[in-house]
Design a protein around this ligand. Structure first.
Ligand SMILES: [Zn+2]
Length: 246
């Protein structure tokens, strides 16, 4: 395996692509950890085209395959952590009743895995973590697992928190998500925002990437749902907040 300089925590198969694929540069290698990689969520439109018995193993295989297809298009490596996504656990993804239990289960596997990765690397790794905008329990559990281990992990990782798309494309949801995000950290912790304005060729490429995850789209995906509008301008961007002090 190549030296790992960038690790992305992708709660579900599509989150890295939907939220960050405009950041992919040809010369950089990305290692992605798909966390809740056993799944049963699939768009009705796609479900209608399937034949035979449909169960979570089949849906997981379809989604895994889409992800493999995406990874053929850039320099990346991937691994699946194998946890069950919210709907497969029998929960409403936006009901946070069991959030602490999910964080507990996740911390047992994710933190040791990150330590294992960093032990093999001589330099500090950039870790990209979702911000939980939109309030999906799997995204929030990922954020809070990292937040809870911030001090320990900071010896080996720089932290970057990415705005979750498509949720952050909705201005109201984004505003609420950003303030909920900062409320999870001590007041003394500071973040620096870096936006990635997407030019026409990047938009074209990202649209192509998004469409690979065909099992997740109820209709043809519109690029605007997978980017954030620049106030008063036509421009669209993705957004990352780096942690500059603990
Ligand atoms: Zn997700």
């Amino acid at each position: 395996m190549k030296n790992i300089k960038k690790v992305v925590l992708s709660p579900h198969y599509d989150d890295f692509c939907f939220s960050l694929s405009g950041f992919i540069k040809a010369e950089e290698h990305w290692h992605v950890i798909n966390i809740f990689s056993q799944c049963n969520h699939i768009a009705d439109r796609y479900l209608k085209c399937l034949t035979g018995e449909i169960n979570y193993l089949k849906i997981t295989a379809i989604r895994d395959q889409e992800d493999i297809e995406f990874f053929k298009l850039f320099d990346g490596s991937r691994e699946n952590l194998g946890l069950k996504e919210a709907t497969l656990r029998g929960s409403n993804p936006f009901d946070l009743k069991y959030l602490n239990e999910v964080i507990g289960e996740l911390s047992k596997v994710l933190v040791p895995r990150l330590n294992q990765i960093s032990a093999k690397e001589s330099s500090v790794i950039d870790l990209y973590c979702p911000m939980g905008i939109g309030g999906h329990i799997d995204h929030l559990a990922t954020l809070l697992c990292i937040r809870n281990s911030l001090i320990d992990l900071s010896k080996s990782f720089n932290f970057y928190f990415y705005e979750d798309l498509p949720y952050a494309s909705n201005p109201t949801m984004r505003q609420k998500g950003l303030s909920n995000f900062s409320a999870n950290f001590h007041d003394s912790i500071q973040f620096l925002n870096r936006v990635n304005l997407l030019n026409d060729s990047e938009k074209f490429l990202k649209s192509k990437f998004i469409s690979i995850y065909r099992s997740q789209h109820e209709s043809e995906p519109s690029f605007d749902r997978f980017s954030i509008a620049h106030n008063g301008h036509n421009a669209r961007f993705e957004s990352v907040w780096s942690l500059i002090n603990i």
